[in-house]
Write a protein that binds this ligand. Structure first.
Ligand code: ADP
Ligand code: ASP
Ligand code: MG
Length: 470
């Protein structure tokens, strides 16, 4: 008999947000089996749960343990409610409620420790933040079981091995592949569907890490690559990747297909629909990704593909924006021709652990300008002032300063580089709306252009540029 192909399907927070939506997910899983796939399911926490868990850690740090207990109670009752609605068998209900109690009491204990110490380390934040996924997989696996679909909850701490960079850990693909083959393949071979936690992983010593916020998409890709899945499908709450965030642009349309590069830029610059790292493990393996809507499963959604040649027609495909940024400028006539200024500047920024999403340099070399997240400007300015203390003193550098909040708008389309006049169209559109462009950068992969504008022009600019697409 021919081997059935493996399909990794990830369902986001809204897809598992309540009993009703969980049943929709169950139907999708069932459908995948009847159409000849061997599914592996990755789940997020129920929508809002990760935020609640992490906010509780913050509350505990501020010694508001009373509020932590309130959250613990509300998390328990929210998960119980789903269990009561979907798992009617008393015995099974009892077992699953015990598991919920155990996980939630682990959460309160961690928070208690934070309350006592007055500090929440990234390590404990990962231990707390991942509990939502551990809850949702246990409930959903049981839901499948009572619908006669054999399934088993799996904590990804047992199968994805990462380094110890908490809150944004990097997988060791080789070790992970080995674990995946050892654990999931035998399950699949015996007809059991693995229901795996998104977002979390562990170091080799078994310490829980997370892959960063929104990281369940990345989990699906890591597992898809490790199992050599035929396809990876990301199920979310919109009809695929759209020309803009439909919450900002109500008439945004689904994009039928995008290259990994295009979606990479879009995701990196704020389109939350797919985590920016998702494509990375799948590029070499040439495994396509589909983005589909749990609440409209018949819609084809978006196909993400590695092959560039198939789609580089047209010009602008999508527009996105990322808030909460500041532009830092280092300026001074004495910088002219002095080698190494940029290297030292970025070295100083890197030493603070801040990543720089956008860089522009005036050709006169009299200034360097780059974006950093707003919440790291104090630290970054301090390091830059230290690094250039001498130049500031002798006035080779006049000043180093940061703007108020700005927004980065990114326009994506692989065909843009071959289409003359795209940038011109964008600027005249913005100009006609009275929107001032503070800085410009072209993405190094040539599939995007980014602009920096004032915070207050954000949505207006996205809508204006979107008019150039549809
Ligand atoms: P999930 O919980 O399923 O992972 P997310 O909230 O992380 O869902 O991502 C889906 C959301 O991404 C959508 O509801 C939408 O508001 C937002 N989004 C932002 N930009 C885009 C875009 N270009 N296309 C589709 N959705 C987008
Ligand atoms: N639950 C995690 C988060 O909210 C991971 C995810 O949903 O992808 O960030
Ligand atoms: Mg998401």
């Amino acid at each position: 008999m021919e081997e059935k192909p493996i399909l990794v399907m990830k369902f986001g927070g809204t897809s598992v947000g309540n009993a009703e939506t969980m049943l929709q997910v169950k139907d999708i899983v069932k459908e995948s089996i009847s159409t000849g796939w061997k599914p592996v399911v990755i789940l997020s926490a129920m929508v809002g749960v990760t935020n609640q868990l992490l906010q509780s850690a913050e509350l505990a740090k501020n010694h508001r343990f009373d509020l932590v207990l309130q959250t613990a109670a509300s998390l328990t009752s929210r998960h119980y409610e789903v269990v009561h609605q979907l798992i009617l068998n008393q015995e099974r209900q009892f077992t699953i409620k015990q598991q919920i109690d155990q996980l939630i009491s682990g959460f309160t204990e961690y928070c208690r420790a934070i309350d006592i110490i007055g500090e929440a380390t990234p390590r404990v934040l990962d231990a707390i933040g991942g509990i939502g996924e551990m809850l949702s997989v246990r409930i959903f696996a049981e839901v499948l079981n009572i619908h006669q679909i054999q399934a088993q909850a799996v904590d990804a701490t047992k199968i994805i091995i990462t380094d110890g960079v908490f809150q944004g850990a990097h997988p060791d693909f080789e070790k992970t592949r080995h674990k995946l083959q050892q654990t999931l393949i035998p399950m699949l071979n015996s007809g059991v569907i693995p229901i795996v936690t998104g977002f979390i992983a562990a170091t080799e010593d078994g310490i829980t890490t997370t892959l960063g916020r929104g990281g369940s998409d990345y989990t699906a890709a890591i597992i898809g690559a490790g199992l050599k899945a035929k396809e990876v499908w990301i199920w979310t709450d919109v009809d695929g990747v759209m020309t803009a965030d439909p919450r900002v642009v109500p008439n945004a349309k689904t994009i039928q297909s995008l290259t990994f590069r295009e979606i990479g830029e879009l995701a990196y610059y704020g389109a939350k629909v797919v985590h920016p790292k998702t494509m990375q493990p799948l590029i070499d393996a040439d495994i396509p990704i589909k983005v589909k809507n749990t609440f409209n499963p018949k819609h084809p959604g978006t196909v993400l593909i590695t092959d560039q040649s198939r789609i580089s027609n047209g010009d602008i495909k999508a527009v996105t924006s990322i808030r909460g940024q500041s532009l830092i400028t280092i300026e001074g006539r004495g910088m002219l021709g002095v080698p190494g200024v940029a290297a030292r500047a970025f070295g100083a920024v890197a030493s603070t652990g801040t990543s720089v999403p956008l860089i522009t340099q005036a050709s006169s070399e009299q200034s360097i300008c780059f974006a950093v997240p707003l919440n790291s400007i104090a630290l970054v300015l301090k390091e830059l002032n230290n690094a250039f203390a001498r130049e500031l003193q002798v006035k080779d550098i006049d000043r180093i300063w940061a703007t108020e909040e700005v927004v980065i708008i990114t326009i994506v389309g692989a065909g843009m580089r071959n289409t003359p006049g795209v940038a011109g169209k964008i600027f005249s559109k913005l100009g006609s709306q009275g929107i001032n462009v503070i800085a410009i950068a072209q993405g190094s992969s040539e599939v995007s252009i980014s602009l920096v504008i004032d915070r207050q022009d954000d949505e207006k600019a996205v809508r204006a540029i979107h008019e150039l697409i549809v």
